[in-house]
Design a binder for this molecule. Structure first.
Ligand code: SAM
Ligand code: SF4
Length: 473
């Protein structure tokens, strides 16, 4: 492990566990012994945040909390925030604003904010000044110290604000409350070293820290033993897994080891940065039967000029070569990507190159975003002359192109049979997802949820696939 990766010592983890018990006692005196404690934890944004939310819920469960999704029923409300785009922040401010009437009606309830937005000092300050209903605030780096932060809030009966400046720590042994269902996420690393010029993540989540492979594998076994049917390995760039583990495993080797964990489950991973995506990784996906033949490979732009301004460190040609190699090695492989429209200085010609890439690669799906200016990033200093309306027009063109590609794919699926993980109900009975995340609705009974099925697609319209079960595995 590199000298820079700071691991939280076991004594500190044990100290925080002690605070969990203290919190349980303090909560009894605040709400009364015998009161059924309920918490609402809402995570905004990416799967990494949702995964952090599961740790926060794990700690709360050990303090005696059950969970609710209704703010009016909750004794503690914790919003785990996202800072990637401005609209996520606007949503948080709106939702926190709405809590003021609950706090007035029941002053004893606890309201907390954490996550990426709170790691930014100017935001934490704004909350302190203008949102008196908030009892405690902590940034991403303080997550393992949540028990202590809550204990201080309860004990001192005053507001606590903790935003640590740090490159981040690696903390093992925090309890996890996984949302019941068929899918589980498994963080393999935290932080990001890439500093794409538009992105706030490296500023709020610190430097890359890889978990030890044995910790990842232990958790993978626990997830498989608990009956989950899909494991998503998480990191901002999983392809740099192990860079900070001196001489340790790299991502393709880790993937093979997770594939060897006994059980019938699918493996997915995100995100995979094209600059570090290797032929070895593609070969590994081809070899590992549990790894889905679906690669999430965010390209961001189809223009080399814009990619350079974004500091992405690859070219469109490199990206297309990866796609071609994967298509040769993995029959039927599908791709999903992220695209940013309207990066500062992007011209219509640059945008047309993005559109051309989308039409050429034919992704299974796209996550498309209009560029959002983020304080502290390099792109925030760049000239951004293109009006909003023009960016929206480009954005609509991209969505139209993808709608057509999606509809063509869907038409072609009719008559084909896919392996599907049944993951919930639908108006037809059940719903399931293919390896490449297309949703199929089909008739069937609830006990099949969580099973792998062979489903034939019998009809398709632009947005929906309908099918019939052909076999239960
Ligand atoms: N680490 C991942 C990667 O490099 O692919 C991405 C993580 S980021 C949370 C998810 C996506 O948000 C990015 O791929 C990018 O498309 C988008 N994004 C990040 N910053 C953005 C910004 N300032 N404006 C618009 N979209 C942004
Ligand atoms: Fe952001 Fe780039 Fe890191 Fe992804 S790789 S989190 S887009 S800086």
């Amino acid at each position: 492990m590199s000298e820079k990766t700071v691991v939280m010592p076991p004594e500190e983890i044990a100290r925080q566990k002690g605070f969990l018990l203290e919190c349980a006692e303090l909560l009894k005196s605040r709400f009364g012994d015998g009161h059924t404690l309920l918490a609402l934890v809402h995570s905004y944004g990416c799967q990494q945040n949702t995964s952090d939310g599961e740790k926060l819920m794990g700690m709360l469960a050990e303090m005696g909390f059950g969970f609710t999704e209704t703010p009016a029923d909750a004794d503690l409300i914790l919003y785990n925030t996202c800072a990637v785009r401005e609209n996520a922040e606007v949503k948080v401010f709106g939702n926190v604003g709405e809590l003021s009437h609950l706090k007035r009606a029941r002053p004893e309830i606890l309201i907390g904010l954490c996550g990426c937005m709170m790691q930014q000092k100017h935001i934490a300050e704004k909350i302190k000044k203008s949102y008196p209903q908030v009892d405690f605030v902590f940034g991403t780096h303080s997550l393992p110290k949540f028990p202590e932060i809550l204990k201080d809030t309860l004990q001192n009966q005053k507001r606590v604000f903790q935003v640590e400046e740090s490159d981040g720590v690696l903390a093992e042994g925090i309890p996890v409350h996984r949302t019941p269902g068929v899918k589980a996420s498994l963080p393999i690393m935290y932080g990001c070293n890439n500093f794409c010029t538009y992105c706030v993540v490296p500023l709020v989540r610190g430097r890359e820290r890889s978990r030890q492979p044995e910790d990842v594998l232990k958790e993978a076994r626990e997830i498989a033993d608990a009956g989950f049917k899909e494991i998503t390995l998480l990191g901002q760039n999983v392809n740099s897994y192990g860079n900070d583990l001196n001489g340790g495993l790299r991502f393709p080797e880790l993937l093979r080891k997770v594939n060897d964990v006994p059980g019938d489950f699918w493996i997915r991973f995100l995100s995979s940065h094209p600059k570090d995506c290797t032929k070895e990784l593609i070969d590994t996906i081809a070899d590992c039967e549990k790894v889905c033949n679906h690669i999430y490979l965010p390209v961001q732009s189809g223009s080399n000029r814009v990619l350079k301004l974004m500091n992405r460190n690859y070219t469109v040609e490199w990206y297309k070569e990866l796609i071609a190699y994967a298509r040769e090695r993995i029959p039927g492989v599908m791709f999903t990507t992220d695209l940013i429209v309207g990066f500062p200085g992007e011209t219509e010609e640059d945008f047309m190159q993005t559109l051309a890439l989308v039409n050429e690669v034919k992704f299974a799906s796209l996550f498309t975003f209009i560029y959002s200016k983020r304080e502290g990033t390099r792109a925030a200093q760049m000239e951004d002359p293109v009006p909003k309306e023009e960016k929206s027009r480009w954005f609509s063109m991209l969505l139209d192109a993808q709608r057509k590609i999606g509809a063509d794919y869907y038409k072609g699926y009719v008559g084909q049979t896919f392996r599907v993980l049944c993951d919930g109900k639908s108006p037809l009975g059940l719903a399931g997802r293919t390896e490449f995340n297309a949703v199929i609705d089909f008739p069937g009974e609830e006990p099949l949820i969580g099973r792998f099925l062979q489903v034939e697609v019998t009809s398709a319209d632009k947005h929906n696939l309908t099918g019939e079960i052909r076999a239960v595995e």
